[in-house]
Write a protein that binds this ligand. Sequence first.
Ligand SMILES: [Zn+2]
Ligand SMILES: [Zn+2]
Length: 129
Amino acid sequence: MKPPSIKRFCQHCGEKFYARRKTAEYCSPNCRWKAWRERHPVDEPKGNRVVKQWYTKNQTVNLRECPVCKHSFFATNNQATKKYCSRACCQKAYRQRFEAKRRADVARRVIRHLEAMGCELYFGDTAAR
Ligand SMILES: [Zn+2]
Ligand SMILES: [Zn+2]
């Protein structure tokens, strides 16, 4: 195989690189991946987000995104419920959910208390109750 000799500019980072094919767009798999990610932006972190999927002979392999640390990890289809890349992230997510719930509970209790004392509560433009 002759060495890559066609001068191209990477569609992602703009670096000059040499390719074998005239249609080559990216200097590296990394840039190709980053460009793909930019075209598919992540808005809300959702658990079990499948970023990419492909098939092997026996199983489907999903490249998922961990909603906690945003790293990608692999999960096969038998791990359909696998949401996080690691135990640490799983625990972190659990703690975050727990914290959010606790704070909401406290806020609700305070509001109820103030209402019981006859306070009119206003939350900006929208009354959040
Ligand atoms: Zn590049
Ligand atoms: Zn993670």
